[in-house]
Ligand binder design. Structure first.
Ligand SMILES: C[S@@+](CC[C@H](N)C(=O)[O-])C[C@H]1O[C@@H](n2cnc3c(N)ncnc32)[C@H](O)[C@@H]1O
Length: 363
């Protein structure tokens, strides 16, 4: 193997059983460690600060509050984590398309700084808003969050979930989660109230294109009858995980059909137009981060993430910087199509990451 100039030396001081960097142990011992080496804090540059247990923070960091070590970890293009039910999941589960707040907090931590403002124009029951509040206690600090949601019921669920969660936190002696600014209405109208360049991170989960439900259901039944069926309706541990209700290729649910789009092209046009307008609100060094699951339909894969990315890039002054994968290892596998045709078990969703197009200094 080529000598990499010491890049792999990080395993020398703190290694776990697999030989990887043991950040936990480094933190416990509170030594000034960066990249596996104990460092001399007197030798840091003026723009560098050593943060105990976390590594070196570079004051020039405009993207997030992560130290170099944390940043490196955060560049991983796959987030491989199932999120157990939390933060009033039973209540929020009525929505069916809700995102785990801790997954949102993870992305908020990668793409914003404490005190920044996050917007979710398709807020649902508030995964993004709760994530922004969680950042105060489990991240580098509170983010202000604004959510738009046009279904009153989802707004009410967010509000009730926050109240209940804070009651439980008080009983446990934990500080309450901050209430965020959830606004009821259509995002096309509400975005007009948001000043230009005032949003540091737009994090959202788009409403889905209105698929031909009947046909889909019929196909599912047919494939299921010719197969072994699902490998169990629940996860191996029997737990109904936070993310079990996420949209996948196999099932369409009521919440996904609330769109007004007749065809996929209509949906793409509408999303592109909306993101073009949303982008005015995003600061030049901000980010736009979009969850989107692909689908399987009529024996063919609908590469919605790629199509949406292209449509948004063509319409809005945004550049695609990355597509991350959220891989949920707890999701059920299916054998639709077995043994005649390969049908993927969708255990991932895509997370499109855009930057305003004129943010040309990052490379
Ligand atoms: C995929 S869900 C978002 C779920 C959310 N991430 C959560 O954690 O609950 C999309 C949401 O967008 C809402 N929506 C769709 N079109 C909208 C519009 N024009 N204005 C505001 N909300 C809209 C839907 O009611 C739905 O709740």
């Amino acid at each position: 193997m080529a000598d990499d100039g010491g890049r792999h030396r990080q395993s020398r001081l703190f290694t776990d059983d697999d030989g990887g960097f043991d950040a936990e142990r480094a933190r416990e011992e509170s030594l000034p460690v960066e990249d596996g080496e104990v460092i001399d804090t007197d030798e840091l540059a003026d723009h560098q600060t050593y943060l105990e247990g976390r590594g070196i923070y570079d004051e020039r960091n405009r993207v997030n509050d992560l130290t170099g070590k944390e940043w490196k970890y955060a560049t991983k293009s796959v987030i491989a984590e199932g999120y157990p039910p939390a933060l009033q999941h039973d209540l929020r589960g009525e929505h069916g398309g809700q995102k785990p707040p801790r997954l949102c907090a993870e992305l908020i931590g990668r793409f914003s700084k404490a005190g920044d403002t996050v917007l979710d124009p398709f807020a649902g029951v508030g995964g993004t808003l709760l994530g922004a509040s969680v950042c105060e206690h489990e991240g580098t600090g509170l983010r202000e969050a604004i959510g738009f949601e046009r279904t009153r019921r989802w707004v009410e669920i967010y509000e009730t979930a926050l109240v209940r969660e804070n009651e439980e936190r008080r009983e446990r002696g934990d500080p309450p989660l901050a209430e965020q600014d959830m606004r009821h209405g259509d995002c096309a109208d509400l975005i007009e109230e948001v000043p230009d360049d005032s949003i540091d991170l737009l994090l959202t989960d788009v409403p889905y294109w209105h698929m031909d439900e009947l046909e889909q259901t019929r196909n599912e039944r047919r494939t299921r009858e010719s197969s072994l069926g699902s490998f169990g309706g629940r996860d191996a541990d029997g737990v109904d995980d936070e993310s079990d209700d996420e949209p996948g290729a196999e099932s369409r649910r009521e919440w996904e059909t609330d769109g007004e789009w007749e065809t996929k092209a209509d949906w793409l046009d509408d999303m592109a137009t909306k993101f073009d307008r949303f982008t005015d609100a995003v600061a030049p060094d901000g980010h736009v981060v979009v969850f989107i699951g692909d689908m399987y339909r009529d024996q063919s894969y609908e590469f919605l993430s790629a199509e949406l990315a292209q449509a948004i890039e063509a319409a809005a002054p945004l550049t695609l910087a990355a597509t991350l994968i959220w891989y949920d290892p707890t999701k059920d596998l299916h054998v639709y199509g077995y043994p005649f045709s390969f049908v993927p078990s969708m255990v991932h969703q895509n997370v499109l990451v855009f930057r305003p197009a004129d943010d040309s200094d990052a490379n």
